[in-house]
Design a protein around this ligand. Structure first.
Ligand SMILES: [Zn+2]
Length: 352
C-alpha cells in the first residue's frame, strides 16, 4: 500500500510538470485530488485496513495529499507570474513612442484646379452657376444648335436614360456643361423678359460621354464652361478675358494664341492654345514639339442659342468658352494618364 501511494505521488507530479494553463491545472486537480481520485480512494478505504497498518498508511496518505496540494499551488503561482511577465513585456506602455498619425484629408486635384479656375474668373466678376447632370436632349443638343442627326453629335456619344418618355427628346447624362447656358439665360429672361440684364457666369460640373476609356479620355470628366452675354460684347472681349485668364492661371509671361475652329453653338469659333510652359515654346514631348498646348474651345454665342435663351440677338451678343480642369492638371503636373483621376489610388491622390 505504501508503494502504491509512492506511485500515486510520482504519477501526479509527473503529470503536473508540463501543464501550462489554468484549465489544465483544474483538470489535474480533479483527477488527482478530486473525490474519485486514486489518492482519495485510499482515504475512503482506510477503515478497512488493520489497526497495525492504518496509522502508517494514513500518515503517508496525508503526506502525499499535502505534497500534491503544495505542488499545485506552486505551479499555479508560476503560471500566474509567467502571465504577468508576458503582459508586462507585450503591453508595456512606451511613453516615448510618437502618437498615431491621424489621416488628414484633402481636396481632389481636380477640385483644387476647379477652385483655382473659379477664383480667377471670380476676380474678373464671373459668378458660378450650377446646372443639372441629367438633361433632356433638347437642352443638351437641340437648343445649342445641334439638331437631331447633326454630325457634331457624333463627337459626343451619350449615356441615355432607359424609359425616356418622348423618343424625340430622350433623357441623357449631359455630355458637356453647355446646357447650363440655356438654363441660366432662361432663368434671367423669365424674370426680366423685356430688358434682361447681362450675364457673366462660369458653369463647372461633371460631364459624361460614352467613349472608349484610354489614357486620354474617360467616360466622366469635369468641365468649366463660361458665358458672357450683354450689349456690344465683341470677340476682343473674349480674347482679352481668356488671355488674362491664362496669365493669371499659368503665369504672367505666358503667351496665348487663337486658332479658327467649329462648334455648333458658337460663331465664329476658336481654340485657344497657350505657350508650352514645360519647354517655353521650344518644343518638347509634352507639347508634341509644337511649342503650344491646347487649353480650351471658345467663340461668340451663336444667335440661335441667344434666341433660345430668350435674348434678342439683334440687341445682345456674347461669348462662351469651355475647358477641362483634368486637362489643365494633366499639363501642369505632367500626368500621363487621365484614368488616374478617378481610380481612387491614394498613391496618386496624395501627391497633390
Ligand atoms: Zn513643350
Amino acid at each position: 500500500m505504501l508503494a502504491k501511494l509512492d506511485q500515486i505521488e510520482q504519477d501526479a507530479l509527473e503529470a503536473l510538470a508540463p501543464l501550462t494553463t489554468e484549465e489544465q491545472l483544474e483538470a489535474w486537480r480533479v483527477a488527482n485530488l478530486g473525490r474519485s481520485s486514486p489518492l482519495m480512494v485510499v482515504f475512503t478505504h482506510l477503515g478497512q485496513l488493520s489497526k497495525e497498518e492504518r496509522p502508517a498508511i494514513g500518515r503517508r496518505a496525508n503526506e502525499v495529499k499535502g505534497e500534491l496540494e503544495a505542488a499545485l499551488n506552486a505551479k499555479n503561482e508560476v503560471l500566474q507570474s509567467d502571465a504577468l511577465q508576458r503582459a508586462l513585456e507585450t503591453e508595456r506602455l512606451d511613453v516615448t513612442l510618437p502618437g498615431r498619425e491621424l489621416p488628414v484629408g484633402r481636396l481632389h486635384i481636380v477640385t483644387q484646379t476647379l477652385r483655382e479656375i473659379a477664383r480667377v474668373f471670380g476676380d474678373m466678376g464671373f459668378q458660378i452657376y450650377r446646372s443639372r447632370d441629367v438633361e433632356y436632349d433638347e437642352y443638351n443638343f437641340q437648343l445649342l444648335n445641334f439638331p437631331p442627326n447633326h454630325p457634331a453629335r457624333d463627337m459626343q456619344d451619350s449615356f441615355y436614360i432607359e424609359g425616356s418618355v418622348d423618343p424625340d427628346n430622350p433623357i441623357l447624362l449631359r455630355t458637356h456643361t453647355s446646357p447650363g447656358q440655356i438654363h441660366a439665360m432662361r432663368e434671367i429672361t423669365a424674370q426680366y423678359p423685356h430688358d434682361p440684364p447681362p450675364i457673366r457666369i462660369i458653369l463647372p460640373g461633371m460631364c459624361y460621354r460614352y467613349e472608349q476609356i484610354s489614357a486620354r479620355s474617360e467616360v466622366q470628366f469635369t468641365q468649366v464652361e463660361g458665358l458672357a452675354v450683354g450689349h456690344s460684347i465683341t470677340f476682343s472681349d473674349l480674347k482679352g478675358t481668356l488671355s488674362d485668364f491664362a496669365r493669371r492661371m499659368f503665369g504672367q509671361s505666358v503667351r496665348s494664341r487663337f486658332r479658327a475652329s467649329h462648334f455648333p453653338f458658337t460663331e465664329p469659333s476658336a481654340e485657344m492654345d497657350i505657350e508650352c510652359f514645360v519647354c517655353g515654346g521650344e518644343g518638347c514631348s509634352v507639347c508634341k514639339q509644337t511649342g503650344w498646348l491646347e487649353l480650351l474651345g471658345c467663340g461668340m454665342v451663336h444667335p440661335t442659342v441667344l434666341l433660345n435663351g430668350g435674348y434678342d440677338p439683334h440687341k445682345y451678343t456674347g461669348y462662351a468658352f469651355g475647358m477641362g480642369p483634368e486637362r489643365a492638371a494633366l499639363l501642369r503636373h505632367r500626368i500621363e494618364d487621365i484614368r488616374y483621376f478617378w481610380s481612387n489610388d491614394l498613391r496618386f491622390l496624395e501627391q497633390f
